[in-house]
Design a protein around this ligand. Structure first.
Ligand code: CDP
Ligand code: CDP
Length: 217
């Protein structure tokens, strides 16, 4: 099954929203690969495992009991859909995501989402590592300022307290770590289309991805 659209990009560039909409339009499955890293970070925290302890995080990753049930994500039977979205767990996800053995252990779990009729997958290394043969690869980005404002509005919209300066600093620190790591760093793949959404709304970004998809067929 190689009906795959790989969408990578930095935090709050709109990957998840765009990927989900494109998947809906095409009737494809959707993989939020970041959620798998977030789940691993949360499970490690719950088990008292340090995010820097590669072998212990590896065994957490290997025995992760996860069910994706529509909008809900269950970890060992408990709904953690909201718990994994905090900036703290995002930071933990980025720390454990730099550990090579952990990435390797999570690979097959992500590739298993590639099922008929097709898949839209978003993350950091969908194009480079997880689905290198995907016929369409997109690198979605936006300026750091616009991304921080989007994340701010998203948190306020959920009724959470948010501080734009703190969000900007967290986002830049996470992006820097994701770009600098030696395994599967965040980068635009050579054969990926660049989509800069700094001044583009979600509908326009979705329309562009669909246009590229139809053009390559
Ligand atoms: O998945 P990722 O972290 O890249 O971003 P997201 O969660 O899809 O988007 C972050 C926020 O930005 C969401 O609230 C989107 O609705 C919003 N967004 C936007 O306002 N304009 C865009 N072109 C893309 C996303
Ligand atoms: O929503 P946002 O873009 O802020 O983050 P996410 O996609 O949920 O990913 C959380 C963290 O997981 C990222 O900062 C990356 O360090 C890591 N990640 C990764 O290394 N590889 C992926 N394919 C997806 C996420």
């Amino acid at each position: 099954m190689n009906q795959i659209i790989a969408i990578d990009g930095p935090s709050a560039s709109g990957k998840g929203t765009v990927a989900q909409r494109v998947a809906e339009q095409l009737g494809f499955h959707y993989l939020d690969s970041g959620a798998i890293y977030r789940l691993t970070a949360l499970a490690a925290r719950q088990q008292g495992v340090l995010w820097s302890d590669e072998d212990s995080v590896l065994s957490v990753a290997q025995y992760l009991d996860v069910v994706f049930d529509g909008e809900r994500i269950l970890l060992s039977g408990v709904d953690v859909s909201d718990a994994i979205r905090s900036e703290e767990i995002g930071s933990g996800a980025s720390q454990i995501a730099a550990l090579p053995k952990v990435r390797e252990a999570l690979l097959a779990r992500q590739q298993a989402f590639a099922q008929a009729p097709g898949l839209v997958a978003d993350g950091r290394d969908m194009a480079s590592v997880v689905f290198p043969a995907a016929p369409l690869k997109v690198f979605l980005t936006a300026s750091a300022k616009v991304r921080a404002e989007r994340r701010y509005r998203q948190l306020i919209g959920r009724g959470e307290a948010a501080d734009l300066a703190v969000i900007t600093a967290d986002l830049e620190a996470r992006d820097a770590r994701d770009r600098a790591r030696t395994v599967a760093p965040l980068a635009q793949a050579e054969d990926a289309f660049l989509l800069d959404t700094t001044e583009m709304d979600i509908d326009a970004a979705v329309a562009q991805v669909l246009l590229w998809w139809r053009a390559q067929k």
